[in-house]
Design a protein around this ligand. Structure first.
Ligand code: GDP
Length: 697
């Protein structure tokens, strides 16, 4: 009967080896270690048991991979999954590649995650790889590692190599445990139009929270502060406005739990109010409205509520869900109630974290202290950060030498949500970088270096944010289902006309979201919002202002400017059906193996055996050696014995000549392919009847 190894089965079931061994024990089956084998019948019994208890056993497996492009074939072997599983996943994403063609790192990472594994690079890249190949025979890779195991006493060399990799992975600490979750303080960002009182509100809350004497002493600005209110803590991000909020989010760092939107009662909803609402919405963060300046004689809170309702923020007292608190940030009126509401919303959100989990957080700010070196503010998301911890932040690392709270007092520990300034990093991290605690200095340095390397690799292949051109491809690949748009136009009439026209477009697979619209040039804010929300900016009769141009230098956002509304709409239509740029897909025609080489009067020709499919004269062809593509060229001669042929089918031998390539080696694979273009038709888009659009708006 077929045998299966413990670690293989554990991986298949998505449980740890220890958990599996425990399950086997329950079934009366004693096994020694993860490299022991069991028979198929026992494996089946375990599968059933696991199925019964699904939900109880969890924990993704960790895969250690070399830091290089891997072909699907090798990846399948390393993951110990069928090649078919990998190929069909790739196909789902609209990618058809030969099993021997190396995949980009980005794709590999995505694949590995999709298949339910966690992912790590081999620590010392090349060296480990070499060491491993030395003990391996023909089959590539045994890099799949499962955490939390001890190695067997009797192991083959191959298994020893696995264990070596596993040991490193074991350093990865356990994740967040549901039973250890504890409530954590909410983190608040104050947003709103300029001069509506954001700074005044933040100042008032900070001032009233601490003694006068202490207030004068605070010289340290760390980008966030904490407020004690009725025995509970609220954290405020100290930079008002949406710049920091969106800049962090554009880097994937979600720090804010609740947005307090300040709207001046004498001025009402203004353009930046709308922007702030859209930023918060795009981030999925709840909004509490503070209607400010109610002390002013010309204050008109009801007008603000009407305007907010028009934007979909209907006040609670009017039957909606938006909490609106009238306040005077200057005089302090209503501020207590605002804090109360913040806690109420926080309670509803059940904000929790595991203080015992491995600590990590986000860098909020970082600056160089002339005397003490890099200083960074961290907001802890999970776990507890401690003085003396070794940390990695982005591509830098260090040991926490000193940790202070916002009042400048030294703290030894920072639990979830606590903002702290840390000293001890080697270099300045970037705002939005993830900071993680690691085992020791060696690991910290290695990870930081690995990240720097990965960053370098990524910069070589910049991952573009979405563009109208690639929207269709990404949609096909299952990466996006919604097209996020930001519409900027010269006058309100144009904004409305464009929004109306876009709202009429309907496609079975695509949802168009206008996440922000407004009058005026494309600004930095628009770019940052687009970057954070993976949106495309459509401008009509506007330009990109200087701040927007600056932002575009580091944010790869697609901005498209139009002078004719029809063209704008048409481009969106085309993007939805992939007509802007036809999608090119590769199809493998066949694979042949080089078994000999001959010198002929036409140059060097490879004597091949067609293993699958067929070879076709003039077809593009890759030469693959040990899983790496060594050349991509074209078939220029194809012969069966002495006869010229235009095609050679599977199972036949032939002589193959390639354009500008003669350095064949026995064992090379020749892979003939063709590129096909896939187009769809605009006809797939229907335009909704105008009445329907009106009804929905
Ligand atoms: P920000 O741009 O949103 O940060 O606005 P500021 O906090 O700088 O406030 C702009 C102006 O409005 C300042 O002159 C404040 O003194 C004033 N202000 C802020 N809040 C209030 C308030 O509640 N009542 C009155 N009367 N003035 C306020």
């Amino acid at each position: 009967m077929a045998k299966i190894r413990i670690h293989q089965l554990a991986r298949e079931l998505g449980i740890s080896n220890t958990e599996l061994i425990e399950l086997l024990r329950e079934l009366g089956e004693e096994v020694k270690s993860h490299s022991s084998t069991i028979d198929e019948a026992t494996a089946e019994a375990v599968r059933e048991l696991v199925q019964e208890r699904t939900g109880k056993v969890t924990g993704p497996q960790i895969v250690v991979l070399p830091r290089r492009a891997l072909p699907p074939l090798e990846l399948a072997e390393r993951l110990k999954v069928d090649l078919g599983t990998i190929m069909s996943q790739l196909m789902k994403w609209g990618t058809i590649v030969p099993p021997t063609q190396p995949l980009d790192l980005e794709v590999i990472v995505k694949l590995v995650k999709e298949l339910g594994y966690e992912f790590q690079f081999e620590r010392d890249g090349g060296k480990q790889e070499e060491a491993k190949t030395a003990v391996e025979t023909e089959t590539a890779g045994v890099g799949v590692a499962v955490a939390g195991e001890e190695s067997d006493a009797v192991e083959t060399e191959e298994e020893t190599a696995v264990a070596a990799v596993e040991e490193e992975v074991e350093e990865k600490p356990p994740e967040v445990k549901p039973e250890r979750l504890r409530p954590r303080p909410p983190v608040i960002t104050v947003m709103g139009h300029v001069d509506h009182g954001k700074t005044t509100l933040l100042d008032y809350i900070r001032k009233t929270n601490i003694a006068e004497r202490e207030y004068g002493q605070i010289t340290q600005h760390i980008g966030a502060y904490e407020v004690e209110w009725k025995g509970r803590t609220i954290v405020f991000i100290d930079t008002p406005g949406h710049e920091a909020f969106t800049a962090l989010r554009a880097r994937g760092a979600m720090v804010t739990d609740i947005v307090v939107l300040v709207v001046a009662a004498d001025d009402g909803v203004m353009p930046q109010t709308v922007e702030a609402i859209n930023h918060a919405r795009a981030a999925g963060v709840p909004i509490i409205v503070a209607i400010n300046k109610i002390d002013r004689p010309d204050a008109n809170p009801d007008r603000v509520k009407v305007q907010l309702s028009e934007l979909g923020l209907v006040p609670e007292e009017w039957g909606g869900e938006t909490i609106c608190v009238p306040i005077s940030a200057l005089k302090g009126q209503g501020v207590d109630e605002l804090l109360e509401m913040i806690l109420l919303v926080a309670d509803l959100m059940e904000l929790k974290a595991d203080p015992q989990a491995p600590a990590w957080g986000y860098i909020l700010e970082a600056k160089m202290d002339p005397k003490r070196g890099p200083m960074a503010t961290v907001i802890v998301k999970q776990g507890t950060l401690r003085k003396g911890d070794w940390v990695v932040a982005g591509t830098t690392y260090g040991r926490i030498r000193l940790m202070t709270d916002w009042k400048g007092n030294e703290v030894k520990e920072a639990p979830p949500s606590k903002p702290v300034a840390i000293l001890g990093l080697e270099e300045l991290p970037d705002a939005g970088d993830k900071l993680e605690v690691v085992e020791d200095g060696k690991v910290a340095k290695e990870i930081a270096e690995q990240r720097a390397e990965l960053k370098r690799l990524q910069q070589l292949q910049p991952t573009r944010r979405i563009t109208l051109e690639d929207f269709f491809a990404q949609m096909q690949a299952g990466k996006v289902k919604e097209l996020n748009l930001i519409v900027k136009a010269d006058v309100q009439g144009s904004v409305d006309a464009i929004t109306y026209a876009l709202s009429r477009l309907e496609h079975p697979e695509v949802k168009i979201n206008i996440i922000h619209k407004g009058v005026g040039d494309v600004s930095e804010n628009d770019v940052m919002l687009a970057a954070a929300s993976n949106a495309v900016i459509l401008g009509f009769n506007v330009r990109v202002d200087p701040s927007g141009r600056r932002a575009l230098q580091h944010e790869q956002v697609d901005v498209r400017l139009y002078r004719i509304i029809y063209e704008l709409i048409d481009d969106v239509k085309k993007a939805i059906v992939g007509l802007l740029e036809p999608i090119r897909k590769e199809e493998i025609l066949g694979v042949a193996e080089v078994r000999a080489t001959f010198k002929t009067r036409f140059g060097i020709v490879a004597g091949c055996y067609v293993r699958s499919g067929r070879l076709v004269l003039n077809a593009p062809c890759r030469v693959i050696r040990n899983g790496q593509v060594v050349a991509t060229t074209r078939i220029i001669s194809l012969r069966h014995y002495t006869e010229d042929r235009t095609e050679i089918p599977e199972g036949m031998e032939c002589g193959v000549g390639l354009e500008d390539f003669s350095a064949f080696e026995i064992g090379d694979l020749l892979e003939a392919f063709q590129v096909v273009e896939v187009q769809r038709s605009v006809e797939e888009i229907r335009e909704k009847a105008p009445e329907l659009v009106a009804a929905q708006q």
